[in-house]
Each structure stands twice: as C-alpha cells, then as structure tokens.
Ligand binder design. Structure first.
Ligand SMILES: Nc1ncnc2c1ncn2[C@@H]1O[C@H](COP(=O)(O)OP(=O)(O)OP(=O)(O)O)[C@@H](O)[C@H]1O
Length: 229
C-alpha cells in the first residue's frame, strides 16, 4: 500500500478545518504497522481513508496498483469487500444475528456466497469461537465479540486488515487474547495489519510505528519500538 500526500479537510459552516496535512508512507505486504498519536491527531480519519470508507481531499492511496482515493462509491465498495477487512473499537456486530451469521454477512455477495455457512464456521474455529457460533453478541464477552469481528473481517480473505483501536474497549485479559490472536493470524495468514492504537501493548508488537501528531507524521520508528507520547 502506498499512501501519497494525503490531505483531508472537513468542511465547516465557515471555511474548512485541515485534519490530515500531507501524509505519505508505504506499507509492505505482510507488515504489521501501528499508527499512534494523541487524541485528535487524525488516526481514525487516516484509517477510514486507507480502508476506503472515506475519501481524501487530495492525494492518493494505492492498493494493488489501483488508486482508491477518488473512485466511485460502487468501485470502492467492491475494493472494500475484496481487499480490506475492518475491525472497530466497538465491534459493530449486528445484535440480532448470531456470531456465525455476523461472520456470514460479508459472504452473501461474491465468490464465497455458496459456502458462506461453512466458511463462517471455519473462521469462528480459527478465532477459537466455534463453540459460540449460535450465540448473539449480547451473550458474548467483549473479547469474544471482538474475535467474532476479526473473523468477519477475514471472511472475504482480504490481504489487508485495518483495525481502529481494536483493544480500546477491552480489559487487559481480553486485550491480551485479542493481541495473541492477531499475532497468530499474522503467522498463519501473512496478512497486512494496520492498527491505530493508544496501547503500548499493541505498538510494541508492531514491525513499525507511525506516529501522527496534529495531522502530520511525527516519526517513523522502524524498530517496532515504544510509544513516546
Ligand atoms: N466530521 C468531522 N467534522 C469536523 N471535524 C472532524 C470530523 N471528524 C473528525 N474531526 C476532527 O478531526 C480531528 C481528528 O479526528 P480523528 O478521530 O481522526 O482523531 P484520532 O487521532 O483518531 O483521535 P482518537 O485517538 O481520540 O480517536 C479531530 O480534531 C476531530 O475533532
């Protein structure tokens, strides 16, 4: 993934507010990159753009040789479905569906549609929740819900997983479970993980830390080092 000179301005009633001020970096296939920085630095905004949920004001986001920055909504939806899995701080599971049905949702369109049920079951097994397949989100712990959300993100076999504060709503034990799962998935699948976080525990596991301050990159730490806020 190649992020080139990305800016984002939010239109306000009078004028506009610069949120991202010219962000450029590359992420290699299979890398685990943590995006850190103080609250309001622009991490979620950047992740939304990388994940194709939002578009930059200017600049480019190249995934697999294709610039997703200024695509039609339809083309973007297709890229999101095929190339990118998204995990959120608040899990964002559908409360009326079981764990298994939540994982099946992205599979209802596309090449996996015929085998959605079996694939969802395999993914729940992969995240250690096969025995919870028929539970609804309210019957699962926070850590279990996040594991279901990770299984859902993996459903269409995307090359890139983008996660916004995936451990932000979890206590330290559940957070440890989710981080161990991410490490295991990296090993088993070779997928790229891009994770925005305030957590030192997440950042120290990353291959690389990108630190955002006030909409700009403050430092690139190639050692997978500590957050120095
Ligand atoms: N829709 C919007 N309209 C106006 N300003 C916005 C909008 N969305 C975000 N902002 C502002 O953009 C800045 C960056 O927000 P963002 O959520 O990307 O930061 P963050 O680094 O993810 O913060 P946190 O760590 O608290 O989640 C903040 O100052 C925020 O108030």
């Amino acid at each position: 993934m190649d992020v080139q000179q990305v800016t984002k301005e939010m239109k306000l009633e009078h004028g506009s507010l610069p949120i991202l001020k010219g962000i450029s970096f590359q992420i290699l296939a299979g890398e685990f990159v943590a995006i850190v920085g103080p609250s309001g630095a622009g991490k979620s905004t950047l992740l939304g753009i990388i994940a194709g949920l939002d578009t930059p004001t200017t600049g480019h986001v190249i995934i697999d040789g294709v610039d997703i920055a200024h695509m039609s909504e339809r083309a973007l939806a297709d890229i999101r479905n095929r190339c990118i899995g998204m995990v959120f701080q608040t899990f964002n599971l559908i409360p009326t569906l079981t764990a298994q049905e939540n994982v099946e949702v992205p599979l209802y369109v596309g090449k996996h549609a015929g085998s959605a049920s079996q694939r969802a079951r395999e993914l729940l097994d992969l995240v250690g929740l096969g025995h919870r397949a028929h539970h609804r989100p309210s019957q699962l712990s926070g850590g279990e819900q996040q594991r279901v959300a990770i299984a859902r993100a993996l459903a269409t076999d995307p090359a890139i997983i983008v996660a916004d504060e995936p451990t932000g709503n979890l206590d330290s034990r559940n957070s440890d479970h989710v981080l161990a799962l991410i490490a295991e998935l990296r090993r088993k699948t070779g997928k790229t993980f891009i994770i925005a976080t305030h957590s030192q525990d997440v950042a120290v596991r990353a291959d690389r830390v990108i630190r955002l301050v006030d909409g700009q990159i403050a430092a690139l730490d190639t050692s997978g080092g500590r957050i120095t806020q």
